[in-house]
Design a binder for this molecule. Structure first.
Ligand code: F6R
Length: 612
């Protein structure tokens, strides 16, 4: 949610900032801007995408060895040129970029007005830079001290970078609940919301912690203090991210590339954790807390969006295989409903980005109440990964398309490994069943590869569905969450209204919607529910609904009844979501392309939701 990038060193900052903003554009794309320091502060900002900013800047002066850039996802104030970042202070001495929300901006703004400040934008960010300026002027303070004191007065979440025109060799950054990574090069520093703009220059990074302030000074290293002004010892990490992982590699869209990466990303998730020859599944993150997790009264899963759908699949996996009661909660609801949590509970947070504000807050609540917390994240070093007692990475590599695809299958793979490990420890499945599941899980990457061959059938279905205004997605058991996920994918990138429903629940309401204009996508790949789902399909057909069925190869029954079928390989029931979600992802992708939508940057969305 909002992308931040900064550079200080000997190079020309502008190309680094623009390239960085393009890499971060998935975090927000309402407007973009840069500020360049070359004795003067040159600020350029524009509503729209980074390319609009580049066109707007044209041949203007972009000189400077220090600069900051921002791509915005609007919170306070509509997306326009004035509300775009960077924001200058009243005397135009300071400039800021910000990701997050300053919740108490209104009283601060009123107070600043009494001091003579006037504001150009509707943003909370402009209020913050005026506050920093006021504090700096009042005490004749260094920029880092003014930033620190100002931050003691604000409530909310932020990742900020500030430059002072009168202190031209320094950049000050601070974070609370919004990520910031400092890249350390030779006589140069980078700063960004995540490592993607940094990796092509250095693999040495420092992840700032909450309430930390980084002072990056040219030729004088990195200093980190906390908000209490205590010097901190930054830990330098070596990151392992390949540049190809953040480029489109011949695909038109990141989403398409990421869908096709899944045979590999699922295999990467299993690496070192599943051994088919020796017949075991193991998770490093579980070992330290094995007893506590295996003897938990309850597993509570907190997540949002697609990650919440993975959580629902985990409910089936854990209850079916490991026989532990599971509750799956929207993180945003959980945190505000005074939930009952005990020390015998294990709370699992699932999050691709590891930065989702609601999920993070739900975790913190669970931690306070004594539960053991476990994070399942993709982004290495992310906030959730760092605050949890233990956890596992899914190793899907950077997911840049806003619609989550490979992170979903990575999460479900990880949760399958987790369920198997716990089931084995608890003795809730027989050795034969355990071995059968281990062997089949090992075959999943290959089967995903085969599933991707359904792309041509999906294109035919997409042609038929692309002009619909509504769609219904139905599934049962393990594939009910897949129906929810299919509907979410269609909504978010194609702007077609879609609802996911448990197939049997349809007759309690949604069946009223069915007529010849309503495409109904039915996920019918779980063997145990086949007959039941056939009956549900008959109910739809009896009301002239158009049925698109995702079926196992050789399913002659549904082939006969459904209007269109997409065939995918057969697998064991607990792993069916890993295959049946693939045609769902492809369907939404092709429909979005056919409708002329920007697949990777759907309207109003951003990849990493770091605000409530
Ligand atoms: C949908 C999607 C979102 C995210 C949600 C949670 O395609 O990407 O629904 O799943 O915003 O994000 P993470 O997993 O980063 O916590």
């Amino acid at each position: 949610m909002c992308g931040i990038v900064g550079y200080i060193g000997e190079r020309d900052a502008y190309p680094i900032l623009i390239k960085g903003l393009k890499r971060l554009e998935y975090r927000g794309y309402d407007s973009a801007g840069v500020a360049l320091m070359n004795g003067n502060l040159n600020v350029y900002k524009k509503k729209g995408k980074v390319n609009d900013l580049v066109d707007f800047i044209g041949t203007s002066n972009t000189k400077g060895n220090m600069g900051i850039g921002h791509t915005r996802w609007a919170t306070h104030g509509i997306p326009d040129d004035l509300n775009a970042h960077p924001h200058l202070s009243g005397e135009e001495r300071l400039v800021i970029i910000h990701n997050g929300i300053i919740e108490n901006y209104a009283p601060i703004k009123e107070w600043l007005k009494t001091k003579g400040h006037t504001f150009k934008s509707e943003t909370d960010t402009e209020v913050l830079i005026h506050l920093i300026e006021e504090i700096q002027k009042d005490g004749d303070l260094s920029i880092e001290e003014a930033v620190r004191l100002a931050l003691t007065k604000v409530v909310g979440a932020y990742a900020i970078v500030v430059i002072d025109r009168l202190d031209p060799n320094k950049m000050v950054a601070a974070r609370k609940s919004s990520p910031l990574v400092v890249g350390i090069g030779k006589d140069e520093f980078f700063i960004a919301s995540d490592a993607t703009p940094i990796v092509e220059y250095t693999n040495q990074v420092v992840y700032l912690d909450d309430n930390e302030i980084a002072v990056l000074t040219k030729n004088d290293g990195l200093k980190v203090i906390n908000i209490e002004n205590e010097v901190q010892r930054p830990l330098v990490h070596e990151i392992d991210m390949k540049i190809e992982a953040i480029e489109k590699g011949g695909y038109d869209y990141f989403m398409h590339k990421e869908i096709y990466e899944q045979p590999n990303t699922i295999a990467d998730c299993m690496r070192g954790r599943l051994n088919v020859q020796e017949g075991w599944a193991r998770l490093g993150g579980l070992s330290q807390y094995k007893n506590r997790i295996c003897n938990a009264d309850r597993i509570i899963i907190v997540a949002c969006g697609t990650s919440w759908h993975s959580g629902l699949i985990a409910e089936y996996l854990f209850e079916d295989l490991a026989r532990i009661p599971v509750e799956v909660e929207y993180a945003s609801e959980f945190r505000y409903r005074n939930p009952i949590i005990s020390e015998k509970d294990v709370v699992i947070a699932i999050s691709q980005s590891g930065e989702t504000a609601d999920t993070l807050a739900a975790l913190e609540l669970a931690k306070k109440q004594g539960a053991l917390t476990y994070g399942i994240c993709n982004v290495v070093g992310s906030s959730i990964a760092r605050v949890t007692d233990s956890g596992s990475y899914i190793h899907a590599g950077p997911e840049i398309g806003v619609a989550s695809t490979k992170a979903f299958t990575g999460q479900v793979t990880l949760l399958s490994l987790m369920a198997l490990t716990i089931a084995y420890e608890r003795g809730t499945i027989s050795t034969n069943r355990y071995q059968e599941l281990i062997s089949e899980l090992g075959r999943i990457p290959k089967k995903v590869e085969e599933t991707l061959k359904c792309d041509d059938q999906v294109k035919v279905v997409s042609e038929k569905m692309k002009d619909s205004s509504n769609a219904l997605y139905l599934g049962r058991g393990y594939n009910f969450p897949v129906a929810l996920e299919g509907a979410l994918k269609l909504k978010e990138i194609s702007y077609i209204h879609a609802e996911g429903y448990p197939a049997a629940e349809m007759k309690h309401g949604p069946i009223a919607l069915i007529d010849e204009n309503m495409p109904v996508v039915v996920v019918a790949t779980n063997p145990s529910a086949h007959e039941k789902i056939v009956s549900n399909v008959q109910e739809v057909k009896a009301r002239k609904g158009v049925v698109i069925a995702i079926v196992n190869e050789g399913d002659s029954v549904l082939k006969e009844i459904a209007d269109l079928v997409i065939e995918i390989p057969l697998t064991l029931e607990p792993f069916t979501p890993l295959l049946s979600v693939i045609p769902m992802q492809l369907l939404s992708y092709h429909i979005a392309v056919m409708r002329g939508c920007n697949v990777d940057q759907p309207r109003n969305l951003a990849k990493s939701v770091t605000v409530e």
